[in-house]
Design a protein around this ligand. Structure first.
Ligand code: ADP
Length: 243
């Protein structure tokens, strides 16, 4: 589903040029659940934004479902994102002047879901996430944890083929965090591909394999989660570079 080859990203020019991603090779097959880990500043969010087609300013190759993403116009990239990707932002990125209900409707509107079906899906999602009582509130009226829940709900409501989640449980109570990871597991078992950035070993262990980033480089080995899974998965495909 995802194939990155020699992807690099830098900020600044000349002597002030600093690389955030270095020669990143990464493959994610449809149906995988991958966790990206690494110290703060390693480039995890940057990588996730590139995977989500939210950032087209990089070099190298990115093939998504057999499309070369860098060859696309910004609008075409945005369309791919809307069609296939549910993104959980670290800082939520809810739309300030829309209520919780309306925020949840947005991805369904992008996908031209009919009004009646939208209402049913939003009602069901509000219920599943235990946020029915918050539906008419605006993001600023919610706690960080509640905004994060809405952000996760918005990412999954349209049943995207790919979920990209940047620290999706960072502001949740541990019970809520576990529920979100249980939800991700169920979605993944039903075929959804998931790539999450996490600092939590526990959350990372819910996926199939871990990709370690450090100073913009993908590190080997990509740790398999269990001997059984490792055997089933074969060799990890991330990070063929040695450095
Ligand atoms: P992580 O998610 O692993 O903490 P990020 O991807 O957020 O790391 O950031 C990687 C590096 O890129 C950091 O050193 C950060 O300071 C730098 N960076 C991110 N955005 C910008 C920007 N707009 N301009 C310059 N440097 C940036």
């Amino acid at each position: 589903m995802i194939r990155l080859a020699r992807v690099e990203k830098a900020y600044g020019h000349g002597a002030a040029r600093t690389f955030v991603l270095r020669r990143v090779d990464l493959e994610v097959r449809e149906g995988e659940f991958v966790s990206i880990m690494g110290p703060s500043g390693a480039g995890k969010s940057t990588l996730l934004h590139i995977l989500g087609m939210l950032d087209g300013d990089f070099t190298g190759e990115y093939h998504f479902l057999d499309q070369e993403v860098r060859a696309l116009k910004p609008r075409e990239r945005a369309d791919l994102n809307r069609r296939y990707v549910g993104f959980v932002f670290q800082s939520y990125h809810l739309i300030d002047d829309l209520t919780v209900y309306e925020n949840l409707e947005v991805p369904l509107q992008y996908r031209n879901v009919a009004r009646k079906e939208r209402q049913a899906l939003v009602a069901d999602t509000l219920d599943r996430f235990g946020i029915v009582a918050k539906k008419d509130l605006y993001p600023a009226q919610l706690s960080g944890g509640q905004q994060q829940l809405v952000g996760v709900a918005r990412a999954v409501i349209g049943k995207p083929r790919l979920i990209l989640a940047d620290e999706p449980t960072g502001n949740l109570h541990s019970d809520q965090g576990r529920e979100i990871m249980d939800l991700f597991r169920r979605l993944n078992e039903a075929g959804t591909t998931i790539v999450q950035v996490t600092h939590s070993e526990q959350n990372a262990a819910r996926g199939h394999r871990i990709v370690q980033l450090r100073d913009g480089w993908v590190e080997r080995p990509a740790a398999p989660m269990s001997a059984g899974q490792a055997a089933a998965e074969g060799p990890a495909v991330a990070g063929a570079e040695t450095h």
